[in-house]
Design a protein around this ligand. Structure first.
Ligand SMILES: [Zn+2]
Length: 183
């Protein structure tokens, strides 16, 4: 992939503004740099890998053979087709085997994938896969519910909520995971 300098990204956004007849007047002269800084945050997930944020796993040294669920984790992402935001909530449930993970780490893991150019289906799948890989869980269920600005503001212009789910691991546990993430 070609390496592009930040100043080139800033001047590219200046070009977009000029396309709309917005000239580089004093008041908004810093806008292109601000826009790129904002995208640096919205797309910051490219600088992270799941294993960096999950960090230490804790050994399950007590007999816990039930679901762990973390619900209503807020996320903000960017749709890869229109570069408009989509936001919502992630519900996660898993059956641990030998290890469990700090609960705040699960929210960080969501952000690694949400803070990229995404489609909701892939985001859901990536979160489930990363949890499964990192935790060697028995089974994992993930539900993402999102509102997409590209649907609300343009095209059909109808606000709606989209739900996607992903289940991995031992299929006999999927029903219970499903109850947990939807509840
Ligand atoms: Zn879109």
């Amino acid at each position: 992939m070609a390496v592009v300098k930040k100043e080139d990204a800033i001047s590219a956004f200046k070009t977009i503004m000029m396309y709309y007849g917005i000239d580089d007047a004093e008041l908004i002269s810093k806008t292109p740099a601000r826009v790129i800084s904002a995208y640096d945050e919205l797309l910051g997930g490219y600088k992270q890998e799941p294993e960096d944020v999950v960090g230490e796993l804790f050994p399950l040294d007590f007999p816990y053979d039930e679901i762990v669920s973390v619900k209503e984790i807020n996320f903000d992402s960017l749709c890869e087709h229109h570069f408009l935001p989509f936001s919502g909530k992630v519900n996660i449930a898993y059956y641990p085997t030998e290890n469990y993970v700090g609960l705040s780490k699960i929210a960080r893991l969501v952000n690694v994938f949400a803070r990229r150019a995404q489609v909701q289906e892939r985001l859901t799948w990536q979160i489930a896969h990363a949890l499964m890989d990192l935790l060697s869980a028995q089974a994992v269920g993930v539900q993402v519910t999102g509102s997409h600005m590209c649907m609300a503001l343009r095209g059909v212009k109808v606000p709606a909520k989209t739900t996607t789910v992903s289940f991995l691991g031992d299929e006999s546990l999927f029903d219970k995971l499903n109850e947990s993430i939807r509840g």
